[in-house]
Design a protein around this ligand. Structure first.
Ligand SMILES: NC(=O)c1ccc[n+]([C@@H]2O[C@H](COP(=O)([O-])OP(=O)(O)OC[C@H]3O[C@@H](n4cnc5c(N)ncnc54)[C@H](O)[C@@H]3O)[C@@H](O)[C@H]2O)c1
Length: 333
């Protein structure tokens, strides 16, 4: 089988390619990525020599490039996106372009050449839960609150619309917050690990009582594999890590694992529209596909801290782009 993975130079896409090539060594993988600040070919340097792997530097909004590749593959797994909520608050335009228009162009290619499409989405499309409300599942109405989650919601709707209108073969996964190796250091867990490694304080938004569910990126990759092997066309599957925790408690765990103390916590102005709680009920994936997460949050976090310590050159490379300029703009807003 031949796969097109979009956004394969990013955090989850690169982990997915590594996972896929190990589990399905006979398959060919084409990685289409335009290498934004979040795309880094270093994420795949152990894969690059594999004769079944090919990288194409290109934009999913470029119809000619997309059609040329889509016609030659069996399956598309679509990760490419602008993915950082805070950046979407500073400037939504790139989010609309890539996440909505880019997805539509891929869908046009899928429709034209009759290929299977898997769309990788987020639990953030469902909005925010109150403390005692049941977790999100596949029947939860959409209620996105940030430009990022609105753009992902729009793309999910387009994928379903192409299924109903044109009969494309598609599946969708809505997954909770990922963490793991190659996680770009602007996101909460790697940002905090990186700050603590550098002896800097960690900025906790608001009162730190926002609840998130965390899933290891390898469990996410395995979940997508299960959907591709056993999922029903036209269906959506929620994937979660069974690890709900407040941002403040998570911060305290990281501080402890890194032998620091709570004087490293700095409470800062909250993110506008900050969703209070996300949680995922993944019973459908468990009952219909036999998937459930396997990596415990505590073990996954310990491994990630070790990985970050061993990959300081990689971390510095990530920070060499507009990283500081972005933080200056964000905290100066
Ligand atoms: N990070 C999470 O916790 C999480 C959770 C659920 C779902 N998701 C979804 O998973 C996907 C991947 O997330 P991530 O955290 O790996 O993101 P990321 O920002 O690390 O990587 C995104 C990749 O897409 C590429 N890209 C961006 N715009 C592009 C374009 N126009 N054309 C081609 N390539 C482009 C970037 O260069 C980068 O390599 C996204 O669709 C995101 O919405 C992420």
């Amino acid at each position: 089988m031949k796969l097109l993975v979009t956004g394969g130079a990013g955090f989850i896409g690169s982990n997915f390619i590594r996972f896929w090539m190990k589990e399905h060594p006979q398959d060919e993988v084409v990685n289409l990525d335009c290498l934004t600040y979040a795309g880094n070919l270093e994420n795949l340097k152990d894969i690059v020599e594999n004769k079944n792997y090919r990288f194409v530097k290109g934009d999913i909004c470029d119809r000619d490039v997309v059609f040329e590749i889509v016609k030659d593959v069996d399956l598309i797994v679509h990760f490419a996106a602008e993915s950082h909520v805070d950046r979407s608050i500073l400037d939504p335009s790139a989010f609309i372009r890539t996440n909505v228009l880019g997805t539509q162009i891929l869908l046009d290619g899928v429709r034209e050449y009759k290929k299977r499409f898997h769309h990788v989405s987020t639990d953030e499309v469902f909005g925010a839960l109150k403390p005692n409300e049941p977790a999100f599942d596949e029947s939860t109405p959409y209620d996105p609150r940030s430009p990022y989650s609105a753009s992902k919601a729009a793309s999910d709707h387009l994928v379903r619309a192409y299924y109903h209108t044109y009969g494309i073969e598609m599946t969708i996964s809505n997954c909770s917050n990922n963490y793991g190796p190659y996680h770009f250091p602007e996101k909460l867990i790697p940002h905090f690990i990186s700050n603590l490694m550098d002896g800097k304080k960690v900025p906790v938004y608001g009162d730190g009582q926002q609840v998130r569910d965390w899933i290891h990126v390898d469990d996410h990759a395995r979940g997508i594999d299960f959907i591709l092997q056993k999922g029903k066309i036209g269906e959506t599957y929620c994937l979660g890590g069974d690890s709900e925790i407040t941002n403040l408690d998570l911060t305290k765990i990281l501080i402890k694992l890194m032998d620091k103390d709570e004087s490293y916590i700095e409470f800062v102005k909250d993110r506008p529209g900050h969703d209070r709680r996300y949680a995922i009920d993944f019973s459908k994936a468990k009952n219909e596909l036999g998937w459930e997460p396997q990596i415990s949050f505590e073990e996954g976090l310990k491994d990630m801290i070790e990985w970050y310590k061993e990959h300081q050159v990689w971390v510095e490379h990530c920070k060499s782009g507009d990283y500081q300029k972005y933080y200056d703009e964000w905290y100066g807003r």
